[in-house]
Design a protein around this ligand. Structure first.
Ligand SMILES: C[S@@+](CC[C@H](N)C(=O)[O-])C[C@H]1O[C@@H](n2cnc3c(N)ncnc32)[C@H](O)[C@@H]1O
Length: 262
């Protein structure tokens, strides 16, 4: 039986909170491939700079952030779940747009990341932080209106990516959506295709999966009843995919790869 999200709220600072046997382990892929970016104490000190995040995304951080947030409406009068922390002001921007009826919960597996996010939020912030694994969310089925996955899926091995998407779809109620922003295969005419291929291969071993496959390929069997819209950006290097849940579509419909927007 899943616990309610409310009961999973972790008292902060998370990094010093006592651990018990129900605490999720840090996944192997994160320890092995991303310790330097997310887990090492120096990681936050180095990467928690918006200009650096923006540089890593070739100057597109704000645009991609705003594209994701725009999917939530303004003001945001929904129950929103952000799965995984993000360096920069992603969560603060969502929080600033939350209306009277809206709520924001954020999940991450790394205590240091949750602790860092807590420090970025106002002391009276209503954002709730949870230490959970995206592949085993502790939120009840159909309990939120929207899930946001911002540059998470490319970091995960296929099995975890599939589980994360299945969990995101499970916790969204009919009529809600999963908003995904992540890497995508750039067009042949985009010079960054040739620059990014070796960089991703070196630093992000699972990322080019998203060059070879559609996000739709990783959705669970039985995701019928969902519809899917996809747009690509910056010569195809990035994509936004919105999966709408329970809108009556028989099968997943992948929109044609619309012209790249910027
Ligand atoms: C959202 S992604 C990367 C976002 C972006 N590159 C940035 O600027 O931060 C990074 C976060 O995902 C978290 N993460 C990775 N695997 C996870 C999992 N299985 N469950 C929950 N959080 C996870 C990491 O701890 C990290 O905080």
């Amino acid at each position: 039986m899943k616990q309610s999200a409310e009961s999973m709220v972790t008292p902060f600072p998370v990094a010093t909170a006592a651990r018990d046997s129900s605490d999720p382990d840090i996944p192997d892929y994160l320890e092995k491939n991303y310790w330097w970016a997310y887990l090492h104490p120096r990681a936050v000190r180095i990467f928690e700079r918006e200009w650096l995040v923006n540089l890593i995304l070739w100057g597109n951080f704000r645009r991609l952030r705003d594209l994701a947030i725009a999917e939530l409406g303004y003001p945001i009068e929904q129950q929103v779940l952000q799965v995984a922390c993000v360096y920069g002001d992603f969560t603060q921007r969502i929080a600033a747009q939350i209306g009277q009826q809206g709520t924001l919960d954020v999940v991450d597996i790394a205590p240091i990341q949750l602790d860092n996010l807590r420090h970025k939020l106002a002391p009276d912030s209503t954002v709730r932080l949870h230490r959970q694994d995206s592949a085993r969310l502790q939120f009840p089925t159909a309990s939120v209106d929207a899930v946001v996955l911002f540059f998470l899926l490319h970091e995960q091995p296929e099995a975890v990516r599939r589980a994360t998407l299945a969990e995101a779809l499970r916790v969204v109620r009919p009529g809600g959506k999963v908003v995904i922003v992540d890497y995508h295969r750039p067009r042949r005419s985009n010079p960054l295709r040739y620059v990014m291929a070796p960089i991703l291969k070196w630093l992000e071993p699972f990322a080019t999966d998203l060059w070879r496959h559609e996000i739709a390929d990783y959705l669970p069997e039985g995701a019928g009843g969902c519809s899917l819209g996809k747009e690509t950006y910056f010569g195809g290097l990035y994509q936004k995919v919105v999966v709408r849940v329970g809108e009556g579509a028989e099968t997943l419909v992948s929109a044609p790869d619309a012209a790249s927007r910027f």
